[in-house]
Design a protein around this ligand. Structure first.
Ligand SMILES: N[C@@H](CCC(=O)N[C@@H](CS)C(=O)NCC(=O)O)C(=O)O
Length: 229
C-alpha cells in the first residue's frame, strides 16, 4: 500500500520547506517505498490525527515525528535499504541530530524563519507568527539576519565539524548516506527552499549537499524553491 506522507507547504503548495519534513522525504526515498505526498499547511493542524509534520499514514497507522518515522520505516521495511542499520548507526545519527540542534539550528532560524512567514498563506502566517514570536520572545523580523554573507559565514562556522568530516568521507554515514546525512540535509534544504543556497559549491559540505540533492533522480535538486518558481 502507498504511504500517505504529509508535507508542510507554502501558499504555493508545490513549495515544501520544513527541515523535519525534508529529513523524512529523504528517508522515504532512501527506503524506496511507495508514497504519496499530501500538502499540509499550518491552518490544517486540526484536521487530522497528527498535529505536526512530517507525519505518515501506513496501512492506517499514523506515525509522526521525523525520528520516530525513520525508526518505524526501518522496523517495518527491514528488507529495504536501512537508514540506521544497527544501534551504532542510530547513535551516530542521534549525534548528528544533536549537533544540528545545538550548533546549527539557531543560525538556520535566523536565515529561514522570517522568509517562511512571507511564503505561507495568510491564515497559516497569522498562527505561525504568533506562535513563533511567543516561542522566541522576539519579532520574526528581528530574528532575521538580513546580511546574507554574514549569515552564511556564521552557518559555515557551525558546519565546521561536518566540513572536516566530509573531507575524508563522501557521506556522514561513510561511503553511502544514512539517516545522519538526511538529518543535516533537512536543515540546509530548509534554508535553500525558503531563502537562498546556504553553502558554497566549493566547500566539502557544498559538494555533499549537491551529491545528496542529485540522488533519487534529483528529487531535492528539482524541488521548487522561492527562487525557481
Ligand atoms: N520533533 C518533530 C518536530 C516537527 C515540527 O516541529 N514540525 C513543525 C513544522 S516544521 C510543525 O508541524 N508545527 C506545527 C505547529 O506549529 O502547529 C519532528 O522531528 O518531526
Amino acid at each position: 500500500m502507498t504511504i500517505e506522507f504529509y508535507e508542510l507547504a507554502a501558499e504555493n503548495k508545490d513549495i515544501k520547506f520544513s527541515p523535519f519534513v525534508w529529513r523524512t522525504r529523504m528517508a522515504l526515498l532512501h527506503k524506496g517505498v511507495d508514497f504519496e505526498s499530501i500538502a499540509w499547511q499550518f491552518r490544517d493542524r486540526d484536521t487530522k490525527e497528527h498535529k505536526t509534520v512530517p507525519a505518515i499514514y501506513d496501512n492506517g497507522k499514523m506515525v509522526s515525528d521525523s525520528w520516530e518515522i525513520a525508526k518505524y520505516l526501518d522496523a517495518q521495511y527491514p528488507d529495504k535499504p536501512m537508514l540506521m542499520k544497527d544501534a551504532e548507526a542510530e547513535a551516530h545519527a542521534q549525534l548528528v541530530s544533536n549537533i544540528c540542534n545545538m550548533m546549527i539550528f539557531a543560525t538556520a532560524v535566523s536565515m529561514a524563519i522570517y522568509p517562511v512567514s512571507q511564503i505561507i498563506d495568510d491564515e497559516s502566517a497569522a498562527y505561525f507568527i504568533e506562535t513563533r514570536e511567543a516561542k522566541f520572545g522576539k519579532k520574526l523580523v528581528d530574528i532575521n539576519n538580513g546580511d546574507k554573507d554574514a549569515a552564511k559565514a556564521a552557518l559555515a562556522k557551525g558546519l565546521g565539524v561536518f566540513e572536516a568530516t566530509l573531507g575524508t568521507s563522501d557521506y556522514l554515514g561513510g561511503d553511502a548516506p544514512t539517516y545522519a546525512d538526511y538529518t543535516l540535509f533537512g536543515v540546509l534544504k530548509w534554508i535553500d527552499v525558503v531563502a537562498y543556497r546556504p553553502v558554497d559549491e566549493s566547500t566539502n559540505v557544498g559538494k555533499w549537499f549537491d551529491r545528496i540533492s542529485a540522488m533519487y533522480d534529483g528529487d531535492a535538486a528539482n524541488a521548487p524553491t522561492v527562487n525557481n518558481t
